[in-house]
Ligand binder design. Sequence first.
Ligand SMILES: [Zn+2]
Ligand SMILES: [Zn+2]
Length: 267
Amino acid sequence: MGSGTSGGVPVIGCGCPVCASADRRDKRMRSSLYVKGNSGERIVIDTGPEFRLQALNSCIKHIDFVLITHTHADHIHGLDDLRQLSRAVPMRVYVSEGGADDIRERFAYIWRKTQRGGGKPRIDLRTVTGPFSFENLDITPVPVKHGKMDVLGWKLRENSGTGHIEAAYITDCSFISEESLSLLKNISCLILGALRMNSHETHFSFDEALETVKRIGSPRLSKVFFTHIADEHFHAEIAEYCARWRDKNDMLNTEILPAYDGLEIDL
Ligand SMILES: [Zn+2]
Ligand SMILES: [Zn+2]
């Protein structure tokens, strides 16, 4: 639902060519994913500041639960807009242990007793301790590093009558351990944070993200999309860069592209 870095693109007050671009693929709301399982499962990963707009754009009417990667503002500050989706049942929000403390502190009003009709979301905060299942989906947290911070990627595996499909969403990330990498060896689709060309302390650059794709080495990996993209490059430029890298690294079975807001990936 969103493919941009923390400030979004266009950046407030920035007149750079990417921020001024007329290509709609260069408009990047804060990173977020809406997952529709084949058995009707509906999940959102991260509720950033534009969650309301994204939910409207994606025609969301109901979700079963929310998965949080980490508690930076650009990933959770739309949490209040779960209000409309938690009227009937409190919304389950899965988050790491430290992340749960952050959310309770930052959104303290949600758990404070106030007058009725106060217009608050109903949040059922769940601390993630390991993989869990919902309907036909197996959900696995994938611990990764975002600078010095421990954050979560999420792997989703759908069990269908004919086999299974695995996909992973790993946004803000600068290091993946061998152990976490081994969780990704059967994925066919990866959505991976890749900020810009130049290196950054807490995010993969394009080259580091591409090297990670190579390290995963899943023979099934047929689709890779970059997300959490800054305003330094046009969508078209990044697509061309990834295509050249694929040719050079003989990875022609893997499509690698920058994501854009509203992109739908059919697995
Ligand atoms: Zn972020
Ligand atoms: Zn972050």
